[in-house]
Design a protein around this ligand. Structure first.
Ligand SMILES: [Zn+2]
Length: 338
């Protein structure tokens, strides 16, 4: 029936996307309305590239695997609005678990509204609900991948409602995590305690501090009494101008929340007011001092001893320029940090 499907005049009715809804979530709801599977609907609307047999997961639908022009024509929604609903880019893989807000799901159920999966829940940096300020609940990416119809969301909601919020014993840290999340999601220059910071610098700083938080937790324990280490992956975030910066984070949500809360705490509060990371190990101080990524004053805020070490090293470089004497003096300086 391809010939008749090729000249559709658009869908007579489409439900409006919910505020902040993910493109694939809305498409599942549209497909449900017409009693179709998502793949069938996309092909009937000529929204899939010809010859591409591999249908993307609903949550991964974006302009790289469907034609937003075809969807725009069929639904009469502007292409730019559809593009804004596409998931944030996450390369090379989705984490093992993403987060979802059980309160948002519960309030949709109470209001007898259909479940609309939020775009922001697909970002590995999303750990707290922007609306409720509470920790997101883990949902396995595998579970999301098994969803075929909008009706399948009900099973996920039950699963989420049954999960305990294990980080609730650390209430202040959700506030820190949300503060950092808002700054990271802004995708423009933002004001941090040390001054104006570009998205690229903020992402790199988050990565550097996350590495140290993970290294520091090596000996101690993280959430659920497990080492914070677990499985760590580098997730590449797109910064709007096709530039990508990787951040190393745990692939499991609880561990990711644990790390992000500590990174946020370090970036938000001055060293002497912190509940954690007022002191850093000699190894952390040396690594932080060696990274040439810091905007002015950022390192002094995050780790004052590392800023002092970097300052002394710079003084040696000015004195000896790049020479064998400089390398010797610099090595001696680093060795003196115990
Ligand atoms: Zn919520």
């Amino acid at each position: 029936m391809k010939a008749t499907a090729a000249r559709h005049a658009g869908l007579p009715f489409v439900p409006q996307p919910a505020s902040g809804e993910l493109l694939g979530s809305w498409l599942l709801r549209v497909a449900q309305l017409y009693g179709l599977g998502l793949a069938t609907m996309l092909s009937r609307l000529d929204a899939r590239p010809t010859g591409d047999a591999r249908v993307p997961h609903w949550f991964a639908i974006d302009n790289s695997n469907v034609s937003l022009d075809a969807l725009s024509a069929a639904t009469r929604l502007p292409r730019i609005d559809l593009a804004a609903m596409a998931p944030p880019s996450c390369r090379p893989h989705w984490p093992e678990e993403l987060g979802v807000c059980e309160r948002c799901l519960a309030s949709a159920a109470q209001a007898a509204q259909p479940i609309a999966w939020k775009r922001s829940w697909m970002n590995p940096l999303a750990t707290v609900c922007g609306l409720h300020g509470t920790w997101l609940t883990p949902v396995a990416t595998r579970t999301l991948a098994a969803i075929r119809h909008a009706g399948d969301f009900g099973g996920v909601v039950q699963h989420v409602a049954a999960a305990q919020t294990l980080l609730d014993c650390e209430p202040p840290s959700a506030g820190d995590a949300l503060w950092l999340q808002d700054l990271c999601f802004a995708r423009t220059d933002v004001r941090l305690p040390w001054g104006r910071t570009r998205p690229r610098d903020l992402t790199r700083i988050v990565d550097a501090v996350a590495r140290e938080v993970i290294a520091a937790s090596d000996s101690g324990t993280g959430p659920l009494g497990l080492p914070a280490q677990g499985s760590i992956r580098s997730f590449a975030f797109e910064l709007g101008n096709a530039e990508r910066v990787g951040v190393s984070l745990p692939t499991q949500l609880r561990r990711r929340q644990w790390v992000v809360a500590r990174v946020a705490h370090v970036l938000r509060w001055p060293s002497e007011e912190r509940a954690r990371f007022s002191y850093w190990s000699a190894a952390s101080i040396k690594r932080l001092a060696s990274m040439g990524i810091w905007p002015d004053e950022a390192l002094a805020w995050i780790c004052p001893p590392a800023a002092e070490l970097a300052r002394q090293q710079e003084a040696l470089r000015r004195e000896f320029s790049i020479s064998p004497r400089y390398f010797k003096a610099s090595a001696a300086l680093f060795a003196s940090i115990q």
